[in-house]
Write a protein that binds this ligand. Structure first.
Ligand code: IPM
Ligand code: MN
Length: 361
């Protein structure tokens, strides 16, 4: 099959981890007889430096024209320490999400048996944890208007807005996902305080009537944040608004042992974007120490969801599992005898053909 992939390495460790994802894609092409073309485009601080814009028009066009987008990371300390900067790298990612209508961000969290000891949490709490967070991605306080400053810049405000339509759209996706899994959906909100959350809850309750086979529960975000750590096995599918989902998924990464392991898929109206959930990790940039697994698992999601290549995706996952099982890990997970980012990418892509023997058609 021929497919076109837009590649957006972005900032910090983004280019290094994306390179490993590309190696794996090439191994998949060779093993399964596909041909992918790759078009690289600028986003984030890298784009601001070269063009002045965080999301140049050509980049959005390149993504629109592609069958899928592989994204690295965004953010640079020079902007983090300069709250007055007019153009910020993160605006590039937000504009991309808006521009492609990516209203749903799907973040699966599952433990790897071999890595249970790497999590700071107790084994018996996390073993077998396997859930998906469905994060609304184009609404809420990230995008609400008005936002800004008043009183000579001494007072700042953001607006959290949700329409019933937006909640229904993400809600349906989450109910369908729960239906295809264990049939449990937990909607996370702050309905005891926020009006947007009351609309959210009301809408989820209404939708629930259409999905009598799905067991719907509601939980306040503060309590869900605690339960995620104390009792993560309780969850199957979690659906929540943009900012709660951002925070809860970083927290959830602690269950797997490293933020460097979690992939994500952002889907919506146009081309889907596949990206690790971690950020640009500037302290590690250029050092060849970043964990490429989240990006490689995002490649698996890309193959599966954008190209319907289930066997190919499975081969990538098996290759990752095999490597981790053999102790082949970057320093975040293996301090004593670590592999570099590129060595782990080489290793995982080199075993794709052999694990594929049993998965290939
Ligand atoms: C994420 C990131 C982004 C977000 C930033 C970089 C804008 O943290 O994808 O989780 O907050 O959504
Ligand atoms: Mn985040």
């Amino acid at each position: 099959m021929h497919k076109k992939i837009a590649v957006l390495p972005g900032d910090g460790i983004g280019p290094e981890v994306v390179d490993q994802g590309l190696k794996v894609l090439k191994a998949v092409e060779e093993t399964f007889g596909h041909s992918f073309t790759y078009e690289e485009a600028l986003i984030g601080a890298a784009a601001i430096d070269k063009t002045g814009a965080a999301l140049p028009e050509e980049t959005l066009k390149c993504c629109m024209d592609a069958d899928a987008v592989l994204f690295g990371a965004i953010g640079h300390p020079k902007y983090d320490n300069d709250p007055k900067a007019k153009v910020r790298p993160e605006q590039g990612l937000l504009a991309l999400r808006k521009g492609l209508g990516l209203y749903a961000n799907i973040r699966p969290v599952a433990t790897f048996d071999k890595l249970l000891d790497r999590s700071p949490l107790k084994n018996d709490r996390i073993q077998g944890a396997d859930f998906v967070v469905v994060r609304e991605l184009t609404g809420g306080i990230y995008f609400g208007e008005p936002r800004g400053r008043r009183d000579n810049g001494t007072v700042a405000f953001d607006t959290c807005v949700y329409s019933k339509e937006e909640v229904t759209r993400i809600g349906r996706l989450a109910f369908e996902m729960a239906r295809s899994r264990k049939g449990r959906l937990c909607s996370v909100d702050k309905a005891n305080v926020l009006e947007t959350s009351r609309l959210w809850r009301e809408t989820m309750q209404e939708l629930g009537q259409e999905y009598p086979d799905v067991e719907l529960s509601h939980q306040f975000v503060d309590s869900a944040a605690m339960d995620l750590i104390v009792n993560p096995k309780r969850f199957d599918v979690i659906v929540t608004e943009n900012m709660f989902g951002d925070i809860l998924t970083d927290e959830a990464s602690v269950i797997t042992g490293s933020l460097g392991l979690l992939p994500s898929a952002s889907i919506g109206e146009k081309t889907s974007v596949f990206e690790p959930i971690h950020g640009s990790f500037p302290q590690a940039a250029g050092k060849n120490i970043a964990n490429p697994v989240a990006t490689i698992l995002s490649v698996a999601k890309l193959l599966e969801e954008a190209f319907q290549m289930t066997n190919e995706a499975q081969a990538v996952r098996l290759a990752v599992e095999r490597a981790l099982g053999e102790g082949k890990m970057t320093p975040d997970l293996n301090e004593k005898d670590p592999l570099t980012t590129s060595a782990l990418g080489d290793y995982i892509s080199s075993i794709v053909p052999s694990v594929s023997v049993s998965t290939a058609k």
